[in-house]
Design a protein around this ligand. Structure first.
Ligand SMILES: *Cc1c(COP(=O)(O)O)cnc(C)c1O
Length: 363
């Protein structure tokens, strides 16, 4: 086989927009203090682990999963207070729900609107599905919504869908809820409020589902402590959920996830105690960061803190932390508003202490 022939074949067959993408990169983290991916740092007690493993004894791997994950849905409805009468759709992580939404709405010329800096999967999945992507910058300085620019973009682009993460990733702030209502009312298309960080804030749009025909709320169990299970959920008017469900691949929630998530939600008090501890640690970490010279941490209602470091220092700080076995996320260069910014996931107390100590040495 001629290598040139292979290249020519790929160039001829693969969609140009896919050729232009670089693959989503996850750095290796073995043995490191992992403060890069908004994971819950706490594990389960030996007793709880044993009880979980006991429930897995009943799982049959030779059979397909319950296609509707009925028992898990019931559990989620009760544990997460999904309003009565609303539809519920499960995804292999909320990433898969974003993909189902794209497949449902991707008519030729359909547009995805969101804010920047924001969650990168909205743009990536729009590209996969051949949808046009429109990103409206947040306000420099405090990352609040630029309402005139957003309302103008809605008028101009008539988007099929608007995504707003509430609180936002990677900035950590929560947008003004009255502004969100104005956007829901101005949007000709769907509005998905992405509440991936719900465990770390007291605010939610879940209770407002049904008030508008175009509002959906998306959540995930990842950030509350179950990232390994890959389970997201989308709630909203049942007639919307029925349409989106048509794009779901059969058996998308595997038997181990169904059984494990049911078990975990039966013991949700453990996860709640952990996320409360993370919220308390967030306050400590914020104060410690603020006391370091020349660092500017931004207020957060999520389980991470965005920090602006002195100009030009982000790459060296990232590498310096890595050399000290601490993995964080550098956002420098990813968006003009994020120049000199690092994103620090709130870890366990000793992890945060190690982070602060390392930053103190490096600054
Ligand atoms: C982490 C994150 C998700 C992804 O959740 P998964 O369920 O793990 O796919 C979705 N939205 C936002 C804003 C996130 O930060």
């Amino acid at each position: 086989m001629e290598p040139d022939a292979l290249t020519a074949l790929i160039e001829r067959l693969v969609r140009p927009e896919i050729q232009r993408l670089s693959a989503y990169h996850v750095p290796p983290a073995r043995g490191m203090i992992k403060l890069d991916a908004m994971e819950n740092p706490y594990s389960w007690s030996d007793g709880l682990r044993a009880a979980w493993l006991e429930t897995l004894r009943e799982v049959t791997l030779n059979r397909y999963p319950d296609p509707t994950a009925g028992e898990l849905c019931q559990r989620l409805r009760a544990s997460m207070e999904i309003p009565e009468g609303m539809g519920l759709l499960l995804g292999n992580g909320s990433d898969e729900l974003i993909q189902m939404l794209a497949m449902t709405l991707a008519r030729p010329g359909a547009k995805v609107l969101t804010v920047e800096p924001g969650f990168v999967m909205y743009r990536l999945i729009a590209t996969f599905a051949g949808m046009d992507y429109v990103g409206v910058p947040l306000r420099a300085g405090d990352f609040t919504l630029d309402m005139p620019a957003l309302l103008e973009a809605i008028e101009r682009e008539r988007p099929a869908i608007l995504y707003l993460a509430y609180p936002n990733n990677p900035t950590g702030n929560r947008f003004d809820s009255d502004d969100l209502v104005r956007l829901i009312e101005a949007m000709p298309g769907l509005v998905v409020i992405d509440e991936a960080y719900a465990p770390f804030t007291d605010y939610s749009f879940l209770g407002l589902l049904g008030d508008w025909p175009n509002l959906l709320v998306m959540r995930t169990v990842s950030k509350m402590g179950l990232a390994g299970l890959r389970l997201g959920y989308l709630a909203g008017p049942p007639t919307w959920i029925e349409q989106i469900d048509k794009t779901r691949l059969p058996y998308n929630i595997n038997v181990l996830t169904q059984a494990s998530a049911r078990f975990a939600l039966e013991h949700k008090a453990v996860l709640d105690a952990q996320t409360q501890a993370i919220r308390a640690e967030r306050v400590q970490l914020f104060e410690a960061l603020r006391e370091l010279p020349a660092l500017h941490p931004y207020p957060s209602e999520a389980n991470f803190i965005l920090v602006r470091v002195p100009a030009g220092r982000a790459p060296a700080l990232f590498e310096g932390l890595k050399a000290r076995n601490i993995l964080i996320k550098s956002l420098d260069g990813s968006h003009p508003l994020l120049a000199d910014c690092l994103r620090l996931t709130v870890g366990a107390p000793e992890e945060n202490a190690a982070l602060i100590e390392a930053l103190r040495e490096l600054l």
